[in-house]
Design a protein around this ligand. Structure first.
Ligand code: FPP
Length: 248
């Protein structure tokens, strides 16, 4: 594995990076290729970004691979994306396992083919003790769906209303135990959330780039992390510097 020299001090590396890997279709269109060729190139890029995340010291990486709305795409594209997930597990699992990557899934598994569900569950089981990088694959994932399911389970569990806190809701989400994303990257320039981690993103920083996902290379990844390192995260408050001035 080649080392990615980082100019970002380790303590400024975001603990959790989430990515909306957008622009595969347009990348393909620009080259006169079918959309699926864009998704394949996007998958190759994903391999590189996972490796770079391990090298840079990112602890959690969440990738948006298939949304609950993506079922509305042409059937051959949906089939192709299912096949890609299967193929990624078949071809990459050993290597990811060796590198200490723990695979997790967020979203609804039940609509996927039973053989694919089994494969996903098996990959989760095989890698469950790894801790170098937690890779959350959002597949058949929707943020609203996640929140609706959480509400349903909270009601089913008979939780009294006064016990429903922000912390409790977090415990009913797919991401239970995972810190909220510090940085969300969206490629291809669209300025929207697209139903991705809508609860967890409350105070995430965003990095939006016009680059299409297959072209989002290590260099730009590093730039995104550098930009993040210079952000002043105030969580709705004021900076400590401003506080000192006010108190002076
Ligand atoms: C958005 O680009 C991308 C997706 C809907 C799929 C992302 C999937 C991958 C990168 C492959 C990796 C997948 C797995 C399962 C590990 P778009 O098709 O919306 O692009 P466009 O906006 O240019 O049309």
């Amino acid at each position: 594995m080649t080392e990615t020299p980082s100019t970002v001090p380790l303590e400024k590396i975001p603990q959790h990076v989430a990515i909306i890997m957008d622009g595969n279709g347009r990348w393909a269109l620009q080259r006169g290729l079918p959309r699926l060729a864009g998704h394949k190139a996007g998958t190759e890029n994903l391999r590189r970004v996972i490796r770079a995340s391990v090298e840079l010291g990112v602890k959690y990486l969440t990738i948006y691979a298939f949304s609950t709305e993506n079922w509305g795409r042409p059937p051959e594209e949906v089939k192709g994306l299912m096949y890609i997930l299967e193929d990624v597990i078949d071809r990459e699992l050993n290597e990811l396992h060796k590198e200490g990557v723990q695979l997790r899934h967020i979203g609804r598994l039940e609509r996927l083919a039973p053989s694919l569900q089994e494969k996903v569950l098996d990959a989760i089981e095989v890698t469950k003790n790894n801790s170098r990088l937690i890779l959350n694959i959002a597949f058949n994932y929707g943020g609203r769906d996640e929140i609706v399911q959480a509400i349903q389970r909270i009601i089913k569990d008979g939780v009294p209303p006064e016990n429903v806190t922000d912390k409790l809701v977090g415990q009913y989400l797919y991401t239970v135990g995972v810190p909220d994303p510090d940085l969300i990257i969206r490629t291809s320039g669209e300025l929207r959330v697209s139903n991705f981690l809508i609860w967890q993103a409350a105070y995430s920083e965003w990095y939006i780039t016009p680059t299409f996902w297959p072209d989002f290379d290590k260099e730009e990844y590093r730039r995104a992390l550098e930009t993040f390192a210079h952000r002043d995260r105030r969580y709705g408050k004021v900076t400590s510097g401003e506080l000192q001035e006010t108190n002076a």
